[in-house]
Every structure is written in structure tokens, then in C-alpha cells.
Design a protein around this ligand. Structure first.
Ligand code: SF4
Length: 476
């Protein structure tokens, strides 16, 4: 636990985020005594002083002028002052410097769009945020790729659709999604689909002036459905939307233990070419430890089956920083992924939310140190380059391992457009199904309205009319 004392709460969130980056896993308690540390932030009208203390006294301190007339500049200045204070004592250098936000590429994109050249961009990120050279290269490369992909995007006349299937074969220890074990819900899947169809029927009556640009089926693991149920669902969707006119359709086939040739054939019969098969790691001990309940061999088999079924655009997700894993494990995993040859690869840094089993049982899992996770991330970049891929989307999360990032890499033309759109928040994304979160972009107002569906399958089935009524308030 670390105590935090501030004489103004204006920048509390920023200080907390930076403290979490320097002292991962520590609880931060306002106005508490040092245990083992205390951070004190004292604002004066034109300066700020940050001290790091323990019970014996001051361990590190830093002070500097701060112009509070500009909130953003003051925030950046304060974070640099705090960063220097913490870094001096911990001897840590954070790869992302003082940047703690979830979309660092947005800053690069804005500056690029304003005409900033590489040198000016580099100087800005170095001086303003202490960004490392490695993350600067990554951030700007992603921003440039994003800009090229979104160049002709017509946000006002298109939208995307997310379809949530919240079932999985088993629940992974780190899972933070709305997902339910199929075994317990098997008898309600058809009821769930009935409710989902009702919501889709409502959705089909709106957005008539807009073209559906991307459709993403996630969850959960959509391939937890039987081949018959998948056929029913895709039949329904294709009766509402003309699949030939949708630029990108993706179905998450995340868990290899949910993939069968029958299901792949059903998906392929609707002309869908993009799926995601997600090993997370190719180390069997880790798969067992995190409750994936499938083998490494099943991953290889599922991938081969998908290629045999004719899928030409397969993504694979990996996680850096899984409990007990080292850079050597990551190297082995990447070597095996390279031998499979996916079309895109997404590398996540482990992010554990409070409710996840892994977080509730931290004593059972060895946490991978930040430096090691960073090495793993570096290795995955090199591997992506060897596979002919480039990074095209990037985001960070709270509680992410090593305060690092999630990066999507793809071969040219195989990028997941939906992944970029959901990060950009410039296009309306309608979501149906339990746990679905609809984001409606209000044109000309730079504002987003959110409509949330309930997360529980039972509530979703029983309260489907209420879910539709929630949407009606915004769409009708
Ligand atoms: S496969 Fe994904 S959604 Fe399903 S339990 Fe594991 S982490 Fe959660």
C-alpha cells in the first residue's frame, strides 16, 4: 500500500496512474500513513513539489514551476516532476515515460495531421513525455499506418456492428470479459439466440441511411456455438445485412477447443474469410495453469483445419507476461507461430482486472517482472517483422503488465479495420448481445453516447425488451 496526500484533488488521477506505473500492484490510499511509502504532492500557485517518503523521512523529492492556466500543459509538467522524483529513487525508466493514457497514437496522429515532421514529433515526445526511442518508433509507425488505412473513411455514412456471444468452453484465469462457461449454459444458448435475434430485428429497422462497414462477432468465443447454431445466427445476420457490401467480417474463433471443421465450413459458406484463433501461448504448462483446458497440439490442428477450410485471413492473439513465463518462453511461442504463418498477430500485455480469478488468487501465480514483459514485447515486434507484418493498432489498458501495450500487427492488406475503428471512436459502433456496449458518435459535436446492455446471460434473455428500449432512446 502507498499513501497519497495532495493539497488539491485536480490532478489526482494523473498522479495515481503514474504511481501505479512505478509501483505496480500496490494499493494507493488517500491520506494514509507510509506503508511502506507515502507520496506527497503540494501545489502552490505557480509550482508543484512531489516527495516520496517512508516512515524514516524523505527518500526522493522534486520541485518545479508549473503554469496551471493550461490544464493539459500543467498535467504534463506535473507528471514529469513526479516521474523524476519516483525514477530517482526506484532507478526505473518507464518505456512509455509519463504517458499513462490508453491511446498514445492519438497524440501522434493529431500532430501528423497538423503537418508535424518526424524530427519535431520525436522532440515533442521526448521533451513532453520522456518517451523511449523504442516506443516512439512503435507509436509513430502505428499512427502512420492508421492514417493510411483511415485515409478515405466516411465516418458519417457508415457504422460497425458488434455481435456478442458470451460463452466459452471454460473460463480463463485472467478473463475480464463477460463470458460464461458453456457447460452451465448449454440449455439456454437457443434462448440467448432468440433474444439476440429480437435485438437484431430492432437494429435492422434503424441506420437505414448508413452502410454497415464492418461486422465483428466476439465474446466469449462465438465458435462455442454448435455448427447448427452458428448457421442459424449467420443466416439471420445475412438476411438483414447484405454480406457482399460489408467491407470486413470477423469471427473470433478464439479457443481452439471450440473449433470443428463443421463450424468452419458453415462460416466459410457465408463468404467470411477473417477469423481469429488465439493460442495466447504455445507453452502447455501455462495453458494448464491459466485454465485454458486445451493443448498446444489443438492450436496447431485448429489452424491447419482453418487453412484447409479455405480461410485466407487468420489472426492469432498472444499474451506477454502470463504467469511464470519468461522471454525464452515467448521466443518459443513466437517460433511456433511463425511456423504456422498467420496473416496477422495481436500481442497483448497481460491486463488483470480486479474481478479476474488471477487477481483474486495472486499468491498462486508468479508475476512476470516489467523488464521481462518489455523484452517479450520487443521479441514479438521482431517476430512480426520476420513474418512480413507491420504494427497497425495499439492501445494500453489499466493494470497492464509492465505498464506496456497491446499491439496489432498485420501483413499488408490484412489489418483488422474494426480494431482501428473501435480505438478511434469516430464511427458509431452498435453492439448487440449480453455485455454489448454501443457507442454512438454524435456528428459535429465530438461527443459519444453509450448504451450498455446487461452482462448476465439470464438478465439479457429476460430483459431483452428493456435492452431494446434503451437503444430506442438514442436511435429512434
Ligand atoms: S477465451 Fe477469452 S473470453 Fe473466453 S474465458 Fe478465455 S479470456 Fe475470457
Amino acid at each position: 500500500m502507498i499513501g497519497l496526500i495532495l493539497n488539491s484533488s485536480s490532478y489526482e488521477n494523473e498522479i495515481r496512474a503514474l504511481m501505479m506505473a512505478f509501483f505496480p500492484g500496490e494499493k494507493i490510499v488517500l491520506d494514509a500513513a507510509p506503508d511502506p511509502y507515502l507520496v506527497r504532492v503540494i501545489f502552490s500557485p505557480d509550482a508543484v513539489k512531489v516527495t516520496l517518503e517512508d516512515t524514516a523521512g524523505v527518500l526522493s523529492e522534486n520541485e518545479g514551476p508549473c503554469d496551471f492556466s493550461d490544464y493539459k500543459l500543467a498535467k504534463n509538467t506535473l507528471k514529469r516532476i513526479a516521474y523524476d522524483c519516483f525514477s530517482r529513487y526506484t532507478k526505473k525508466v518507464l518505456p512509455w515515460g509519463t504517458l499513462t493514457g490508453i491511446r498514445p497514437t492519438k497524440i501522434a496522429l493529431t500532430l501528423l495531421n497538423e503537418g508535424c515532421d518526424d524530427k519535431a514529433l520525436y522532440d515533442y515526445f521526448k521533451e513532453e513525455y520522456y518517451l523511449s526511442d523504442e516506443k516512439f518508433r512503435l507509436c509513430t509507425q502505428v499512427a502512420k499506418n492508421e492514417r493510411a488505412i483511415l485515409k478515405d473513411m466516411d465516418y458519417d455514412h457508415t457504422y460497425s456492428l458488434y455481435v456478442g456471444i458470451p460463452f466459452c468452453p471454460t473460463i480463463c484465469a485472467y478473463c475480464s470479459f463477460s463470458s460464461f462457461p458453456l457447460k452451465a449454459w448449454k440449455n439456454r444458448v437457443n434462448d440467448y439466440l432468440d433474444a439476440l435475434f429480437k435485438e437484431l430485428d430492432y437494429m435492422s429497422g434503424i441506420s437505414t441511411d448508413k452502410q454497415l462497414l464492418t461486422l465483428y462477432m466476439g465474446g466469449g468465443t462465438p465458435t462455442s456455438l454448435t455448427a447448427g447454431q452458428m448457421d442459424r445466427l449467420l443466416g439471420k445476420l445475412s438476411s438483414i445485412y447484405d454480406f457482399d457490401k460489408i467491407r470486413e467480417i470477423t469471427i473470433e474463433a478464439g479457443r481452439p477447443d471450440s473449433i470443428t471443421m463443421d463450424k468452419l465450413k458453415v462460416i466459410k459458406s457465408y463468404g467470411i474469410d477473417r477469423i481469429s484463433i488465439n493460442p495466447q501461448t504455445m507453452k502447455q504448462e501455462t495453458l494448464d495453469l491459466i485454465g485454458r483446458k486445451h493443448t498446444v497440439e489443438q492450436i496447431r490442428e485448429a489452424f491447419a483445419m482453418a487453412r484447409m477450410a479455405g480461410f485466407g485471413n487468420i489472426n492469432m492473439d498472444l499474451i506477454a507476461g502470463l504467469p511464470g513465463e519468461s522471454a525464452v518462453d515467448m521466443e518459443n511461442t513466437l517460433a511456433q507461430i511463425e511456423s504456422l504463418g498467420p496473416d496477422s498477430m495481436t500481442v497483448h500485455s497481460l491486463a488483470v482486472k480486479r474481478a479476474a480469478y488471477l487477481n483474486q488468487n495472486r499468491d498462486k501465480f508468479a508475476i512476470t517482472p516489467q523488464e521481462e514483459v518489455n523484452r517479450m514485447i520487443g521479441l514479438s515486434f521482431e517476430s512480426a517483422v520476420r513474418m512480413g507484418m507491420a504494427p497497425y493498432y495499439l492501445y494500453r489498458q489499466k493494470n497492464i503488465a509492465g505498464n506496456l501495450e497491446n499491439v496489432g500487427y498485420a501483413k499488408p492488406g490484412r489489418e483488422g479495420l474494426y480494431n482501428i475503428l473501435i480505438m478511434e471512436e469516430k464511427q458509431t459502433i452498435a453492439a448487440v448481445g449480453a455485455g454489448g456496449s454501443t457507442k454512438i458518435v454524435i456528428p459535429g459535436e465530438n461527443r459519444i453516447e453509450r448504451v450498455e446492455n446487461v452482462k448476465s446471460v439470464k438478465d439479457y434473455i429476460e430483459r431483452i425488451d428493456e435492452m431494446i428500449a434503451r437503444k430506442k432512446r438514442f436511435f429512434d
